[in-house]
Design a protein around this ligand. Structure first.
Ligand SMILES: [Zn+2]
Ligand SMILES: [Zn+2]
Length: 183
């Protein structure tokens, strides 16, 4: 199993607006046609609830609440258990599914996402779960930087935030200029 890829599906889920079924289909990247075909409103509700809980895991990790992150992931692992199965939708295209026959789309996606994120925590530690420092963004990310110092979800947010900080400093410098002495 490619755990990194599964962990990234957890990130994709938390960062999705989850407004409607099309947002869910966008998450599947066309990997699994059956998921795009079978996903339904009941799944949407499950995805939203699980997405909020996964966001909590990132919040715990990034604020040093390691034990809480572990407890929440253990609870999610129990709710979305992995049951590996070889599947083939068309002819001889054998590949792994992480849930049993007849499982819902949400059960399949979430079992993989929760498993991947849990392995990631064991491998790298919950301190590497991040929430974008740009408050208007709020996206989560997995910090793969060498010194665990990443603060933004993307280059775009980092640049935007640095430009804003630079402008604020300039404004402050102008306001701090001493007034000319009155003669
Ligand atoms: Zn499949
Ligand atoms: Zn961001």
């Amino acid at each position: 199993m490619d755990f990194d890829a599964y962990a990234r599906t957890a990130v994709d889920l938390v960062n999705s607006p989850l407004a409607d079924l099309d947002d869910l289909r966008a998450l599947f990247h066309g990997d699994h046609v059956w998921m795009c075909d079978e996903v339904c409103d009941r799944d949407l509700a499950v995805f939203r609830r699980a997405g909020r809980r996964l966001r909590d895991v990132f919040e715990y990790g990034t604020t040093g609440r390691d034990a809480d992150a572990v407890a929440e992931l253990n609870s999610l692992l129990a709710a979305f258990p992995v049951q590996p199965r070889i599947s083939g939708h068309d002819s001889n295209d054998w590949h792994m599914h992480v849930t049993g026959r007849g499982a819902s789309v949400s059960a399949e996606y979430l079992a993989g996402a929760v498993w991947g994120l849990s392995v990631w925590l064991c491998e790298y530690g919950s301190a590497r779960f991040g929430v974008c420092a740009d408050a208007r963004c709020g996206n989560v990310y997995l910090d793969t930087s060498s010194n665990c110092c990443r603060r933004f979800c993307s280059e775009r947010c980092a640049t935007r935030s640095h430009v804003a900080a630079h402008r604020a400093r300039k404004r402050a410098a102008v306001e701090d200029k001493p007034l000319l002495p009155v003669s």
